[in-house]
Design a protein around this ligand. Structure first.
Ligand code: PLP
Length: 393
């Protein structure tokens, strides 16, 4: 009895954007809210990147580009994959999109039929499941917990694969947990996948550059090169270069699939913004030392946040390997306070303590809260003082 499509009724608005919007609304009403909801770096886009965009405008680079991205940006992406990841693609295997979000949207539209299943390990980035549903396929959520470091175990993966499984999504380092797979863990998952040639793999490497480990970044295609022909490598400039508003993501994979994804994009957005593409090209080609102070700051804040959380009664938090998120368990707090769930806890923390956090349920994991430390130490200290005060009350 509604005029809206079943497709749109089956999905929800992005909960992380909703928390941030709600915190901003309360702030506008004059409430003192510390928002730890944001999924974006608090740093400014580096100057050399901005300059490239300003130059693009001045030079009149303000028209349609090729749907799949400018040759210059695509070449920079090819070289980035070769240099950083030892992955060797041709430009025809690369697609530039309006953020990493559109890369995954295009992939699902190009790949999935009704009834197809997509394995999504939880806790997951909030958009995977809804984008799969928009493609009229079925997310098959595999739950992980703190004991496995929020990582899917090979036996779990094997048990989740059915004849209808078309895609597995891996995201490492992970939003929202910050956990990253080791090469050995990826090898073990690859071993399972070898027995199921119908399963494609999407490796979402969006947080590749925000990594705290000694070991260099690896994805499943690095560890299992034989799986590369059925892997789509997704990445973007949003998080690494503090460029969330510019909306440039990119991916590389099998040419026929990339062609099909380009067709979807050609009938939805056309090319990503010409000016932003020039900025992204500059980001990838420029002096990468701008990343270092940002990663160092994230790491210092991570250490501070995790240490303080683990001193709070009823709270448990794992060390992350990357990203700017921590994903502490509040299961005991919820039980001891007689709260219904993490949604109610987040609500109380917002109302009574003035701290905005995203409930774990949004990521398919009840009983946790996601804390973004993409904010100043001063804000983090204030927020943690308030959470501590709330827990003591
Ligand atoms: N993948 C993950 C894991 C993310 O956390 C995000 C953003 O939150 C994206 C992809 C999409 O990024 P973009 O802003 O480039 O669309």
């Amino acid at each position: 009895d509604t005029f809206l499509s079943r497709r749109v009724q089956a999905i929800k608005p992005s909960p992380t954007l909703a928390v941030t919007a709600r915190a901003a609304r309360l702030q506008a009403e004059g409430r003192d809210i510390v928002s730890l909801g944001a999924g974006e770096p608090d740093f400014d886009t580096p100057d050399y990147i901005k300059e490239a965009a300003i130059r693009a405008i001045r030079e009149g680079f303000t028209k349609y580009t090729a749907v799949d991205g400018t040759p210059g940006l695509k070449q920079a992406i090819v070289e980035k994959f070769a240099h950083d990841n030892d992955l060797h693609f041709s430009p025809a295997q690369v697609l530039v999109s309006v953020g990493g979000k559109q890369s995954f949207f295009n992939l699902c539209q190009a790949l999935l039929n009704p009834g197809d299943e997509v394995i999504v390990p939880a806790p997951y980035w909030v958009s995977y499941t809804d984008i799969v549903i928009l493609a009229e396929a079925t997310p098959r959520v595999v739950e992980t917990d703190m004991d496995s470091g929020f990582k899917v175990r090979p036996a779990q993966l094997a048990a989740a694969i059915t004849p209808r499984t078309k895609l597995l999504v891996l995201n490492s380092p992970s939003n929202p947990t910050g956990s990253a797979y080791t090469a050995d863990e990826l090898a073990a998952l690859g071993e399972v996948l070898r027995a199921h040639p119908q399963v494609l793999i999407a490796t979402d490497d969006m947080y590749e550059k925000i990594l705290f480990t000694e070991a260099p970044f690896v994805n499943i295609a690095n560890v299992c090169p034989d799986l590369l022909p059925r892997t789509v490598v997704m990445n973007g400039v949003s998080k690494a270069y503090a460029m969330t508003g510019w909306r440039i993501g990119y991916c590389a994979g099998p040419e026929p699939l990339i062609k099909a994804m380009t067709k979807v994009q050609s009938q939805s957005t056309s090319n990503p913004t010409s000016i932003a593409q020039k900025a992204a090209e500059a980001a990838l080609r420029g002096d990468q030392s701008v990343l270092e102070p940002m990663v160092r700051a994230f790491r210092e804040r991570h250490d501070y946040v995790v240490e303080r959380l683990n001193r709070m009664p009823g709270v448990r938090c794992l060390e992350s390997q990357g990203t700017f998120y921590a994903f502490p368990s509040f299961h005991r707090v919820i039980a001891e306070r007689g709260l219904k769930n993490d949604l109610e806890l987040a609500e109380e923390l917002l109302e009574k303590a003035g701290v905005a956090l995203v409930p774990g349920s949004a990521f398919g994991a009840e009983g946790y809260l996601r804390i973004s430390f993409a904010t100043s130490m001063e804000n983090l200290q204030k927020a943690l003082d308030r959470i501590e005060g709330f827990l003591g009350s």
